[in-house]
Design a protein around this ligand. Structure first.
Ligand code: ADP
Ligand code: ZN
Ligand code: ZN
Length: 736
């Protein structure tokens, strides 16, 4: 047996492993993550090394191989654990060990970014205004320019400001000495919370207490992952905080995972108010080296809790006690880069390696988690009522086909208009949500609501520029029909409303109302997302119009009406999960209304009122939805009822890619697999068939047995590596 090791973990050089022989006395004793000593380089100096892989495949001539000297440590530090995790990831998701290591280990950049200095106000805005007045009176023009800019922006780039506002450093020095502004280097991480007063813990409700106690009991016993299934507004966060408190008391650390989109100022503040300086936050806006700094602080024990998206999972805490995953159903927990890991599975693996606990939370659990909870693999806890006086909103459904028949061609139904009018009169707020998730070129019938689907895969077909309809799972193609295949009406076409159009319609209908719009266009600038939300939150607008960005985790006490426009749009995504996503989005959207005592209402507009995901969202019946959806997945062999491996290929030359994917298909068909267990679908074009001049194709392999899928992946990896024909082709694996 042989061991692959990495010598230096300073990470800059994390680009290759070295192979060593495992001596007799160490056979069977080594595992990934262990620290060993090895002879290295000229003179065979003894060096510390991390074992990353145990293998039978020798890569170097036998006489050139040296032996491992001895074990130094058996995986007790954070890095050792993370290496063990990377080893699991590389096998489970299909990637090289180096790719996996680069995902889990904090990478220190070679050339550290140049320090970027910033200018910040040290005073409140009001105080700064006073200083500004004084400067104006004294005719200190440079100071006036600078102060005006700072009052407007809160934060300015040092070098840029000097250049653009033509300000000398002495002006900055002067204001600095007068304690009006401060110069901060970006490398000094500004904790978003430092200046906040501590918030005392709230008293838990009976239900919350039961859940927290139940979870603590589970930790003392079997320690299965716990799923906290709590309706929107039930106070899951309170339960999380209680659990965090307990883990901190034991001197262990906590990772809180939150989808990037819900990682708002509001959420962070709630945690920070309770745990103060013990916390740090990472998000995608941090540079690599800023992230590295946070990881260093965690490793040194300066912080005990980290909040962040997917990648926060790899925080190198020395004594990790708990991984909390809020909104566990969110798609963003799945990585799009090789290794394409899922943070839920990976969190569970990390917790297993380190003896930590895992708690998953959601108002709409993923099918994966809920089915596991039903089987007893996870432990289920429920919060079934909202906190306080709040009840879940009344939900009304509007059939847009009927609206059309009765002569209303507007995007807004009569019912929604009426509800909006009432709401504005009462001076309450409205959210209008345009469901555009998974929006692609599907065709639907405005008369009967039917969408043209693939006869083999039961997902929507998408319309291509050449006028043909194509299935992105199996490659099935057909002509664009002129009439609806169901009802014969000629009114088939694409759905074409955007948030901007809706804004115009609403403006016309309610000219007095103050409207905010949140979509990709209005959130391009760095802090615009936060700005729009805080404007709306402070009551400076009556109506917030937006895409799915607006439905996540925000708590607006004065919102009493939620309108969902085109609820069914996400149903037509060519993705077997589209019904699940639709149900989740609708439930989240409806959950935004009436959160503080005031009764809430939701109006859902749709062309398919009879679809089970919409029906179940209206009655807020998760169980009913789960039953329907799970049997669909079983019938079609889709996850979680079956396993699925996508082999994604991309290449600049289309014909080369076509050929390679054909070969993969042939190779697969020759493996000793049983048709009844394993099915192979495709090759087909990927959803987006070409990106940056790279053609993209995919083959799907469905099999209920995950281990067999991994075996198939291993075989494919070998085949692709040995075969010269694949050199120009980039192959990725994706398990779901
Ligand atoms: P969820 O995350 O389950 O949707 P939240 O944690 O956001 O719910 O709670 C909803 C609202 O109820 C929040 O404003 C929260 O402060 C309040 N709340 C929940 N539990 C309590 C409690 N035990 N005491 C006081 N307020 C609570
Ligand atoms: Zn029709
Ligand atoms: Zn198909």
């Amino acid at each position: 047996m042989y061991a692959d090791v990495i010598i230096d973990i300073s990470h800059e050089r994390l680009d290759r492993t070295f192979q060593y022989k495992i001596p007799e006395e160490l056979q069977g004793k080594l595992a990934p993550g262990m620290v060993v000593s090895v002879p290295f380089g000229q003179g065979n100096r003894s060096r510390k090394a991390y074992v990353v892989k145990i293998t039978q495949n020798r890569e170097v001539a036998s006489e050139k191989l040296k032996e491992i000297s001895q074990i130094i440590r058996e995986r007790e530090n954070a890095e050792g654990n993370l290496i063990a995790l990377a080893s699991w990831m590389s096998r489970t998701y299909g990637s090289t060990m180096i790719q996996a290591l680069k995902t889990v280990l904090p990478i220190q950049e070679k050339a550290r970014e140049k320090e970027k200095k910033k200018l910040l106000l040290s005073l409140s805005k009001e105080e700064a205004e006073k200083v500004l007045e004084t400067c104006k009176r004294k005719n200190h023009k440079a100071r006036v320019r600078l102060l005006e800019a700072l009052i407007k922006n809160e934060e300015l780039d040092y070098t840029e400001t000097i250049k653009q506002l033509k300000i000398s450093t002495s002006v900055i020095k002067g204001l600095q000495e007068a304690n009006v502004l401060e110069v901060s280097s970006c490398r000094v991480y500004r904790n978003p919370v430092q200046k906040r007063k501590r918030e005392e813990p709230l008293t838990l409700t009976r239900e919350q207490k039961q859940a927290a106690e139940g979870i603590l009991q589970e930790w003392d016993g079997q320690n299965r992952p716990c799923l906290l299934f709590g309706v929107t507004g039930s106070g899951k966060t309170q339960v999380y905080m209680e659990l965090i408190e307990k883990v901190l008391e034991e001197g262990r650390q906590v990772i809180v995972l939150i989808p990037e989109i819900a990682l708002t100022y509001q959420t962070v503040q709630r945690f920070c108010g309770r745990f103060g300086e013990k916390i740090s936050v990472i998000n995608s806006r941090l540079s690599l080296s800023e992230r590295y700094d946070q990881f260093q602080r965690a490793q040194r024990g300066e912080i005990q809790i980290i909040i962040g998206p997917r990648s926060a999972l790899f925080t190198p805490f020395q004594n990790l006690g708990l991984i909390l995953m809020d909104e566990e159903h969110e798609q963003s927990y799945k990585s799009e880069n090789t290794p394409r890991y899922h943070a839920r599975e990976t969190a569970i693996k990390r917790a297993e390696l380190e003896g930590a606990h895992v708690v998953l939370g959601s108002a709409t659990p993923s099918l994966e988690s809920y089915s596991r909870a039903k089987e007893g693999i996870y432990r289920l806890f429920r919060l079934s009522s909202r906190y306080g006086e709040s009840t879940l909103p009344q939900v009304k459904i509007v059939d847009m086909r009927q609206e059309l028949k009765e002569g209303n061609r507007s995007i807004l139904s009569r019912r929604l208009k009426e509800a909006m009018g009432g709401c504005l009169e009462r001076k309450e707020q409205i959210m209008l949500f345009l469901n555009r998730r998974g929006y692609a070129g599907f065709l639907s019938c405005r008369m009967c609501g039917q969408v043209i689907k693939c006869p083999h895969c039961d997902v929507s077909l998408s319309l291509h520029r050449n006028g043909r309809l194509i299935c992105h799972y199996c490659g099935y193609e057909t002509e664009e029909p002129r009439q609806c295949p169901s009802c014969g009406s000629p009114y088939i076409g694409r759905f074409q409303a955007g948030t901007q159009q809706i804004e115009e319609v609403v403006k016309k209908q309610f000219p007095q109302s103050r409207i905010l719009r949140m979509d990709l266009d209005t959130t391009r600038k760095k802090d615009s997302y936060e700005r729009i939300l805080s404007l709306f939150s402070s009551g400076e607008a009556d109506i917030l119009i937006g895409t799915q960005m607006i439905v996540k985790g925000h708590d607006f006490p004065n919102v009493t009406l939620v309108g969902v426009l085109a609820a069914d749009l996400s149903l037509y995504a060519e993705d077997y999960r589209c019904a699940e996503k639709t149900f989740q989005l609708l439930t989240q959207a409806v959950g935004r209304a009436g959160r503080r005592g005031k009764p809430g209402e939701a109006v859902i507009q749709t062309y398919q009122p009879e679809h089970y995901s919409i029906q179940a969202a209206v009655t807020q019946d998760y169980e009913a939805f789960f039953q329907e959806e799970y049997s669909f997945r079983q019938l079609m062999g889709y996850p979680p009822a079956g396993g699925m491996l996508a082999v994604l290929g991309s290449c600049r030359e289309e014909s080369l890619l076509e050929q390679a994917m054909e070969y993969i298909g042939i190779f697969l068909s020759r493996l000793p697999l049983k048709k009844a267990q394993t099915s192979i679908i495709g090759p087909a074009d990927q959803t987006i068939g070409k990106i940056n001049d790279q053609y993209r194709k995919v083959i799907y392999i469905k099999d209920g047995n995950r281990e067999r899928l991994i075996w198939i992946k291993d075989k494919l990896e070998q085949y692709i590596e040995m075969n010269k024909g694949f050199q120009k082709i980039w192959i990725q694996f994706d398990f779901s």
